[in-house]
Ligand binder design. Sequence first.
Ligand code: ZN
Length: 237
Amino acid sequence: MSGLLDELYRLQERIRFVQSRERERDTVPAELTEVDRAFREKLEAVQRLKQRLLEAEVEHRRASAELADQQEKQKKYQAQLRNVQSSREYSAVLNEMDGVEKQIRASEDKVLGLEEELETSREDLQKREKNLPLETQEHEEKMKDWRAAQRLINEELQKAQREILEIEARMRPRELAEFRRLIEKKGGLAVVRVVNNSCSACHVKVRPAAMQVLKAGSEIIYCDSCRRILYYDSNNP
Ligand SMILES: [Zn+2]
């Protein structure tokens, strides 16, 4: 039984180690957050610009097609105007022409605006893309030490994860499932040491009878108060 408790305690320690190191690895250090944010912003700006260019190109094609349609209509009305039979018909066609001319002016403005936007956006994108390789290189240079630290953490994590798998492979599936459930429920602390005859998690005294069982190491004892598994380390009481 004490063998099992030793394993559980070690397993919990390794699980907690992995969690805290993963957090560390995934948290950009304070002195680099601004550098990292500024670089990400540059990458995102390029992406946004590309996206907007695609949209503006579609809008431009659509507006140009609309303008062509309206110009067709205008020609049709001009032809009609030459063949009108009455003054009533004449003013009706004239009225239609007025309308279509207004639409043409609006479409021309739109097409022109989009052409200007496309031109400046393409220039902007070109400039940004030209600078990006050097900026990326400079950024990686600033992040170099941090990347190296991340690689070291990853190596530690691999080792710890291997050990977790080894311990788990030695455990019975039912015991392992129970332990995983408990560690989840108890905020990462399922097995806690007994220090000065008390539970080190909630500091409630362990009953003398339970202390005796613990020292004998013959069965699993839970804390009366917080219901965690108690661990008595005879080498380090
Ligand atoms: Zn307790």
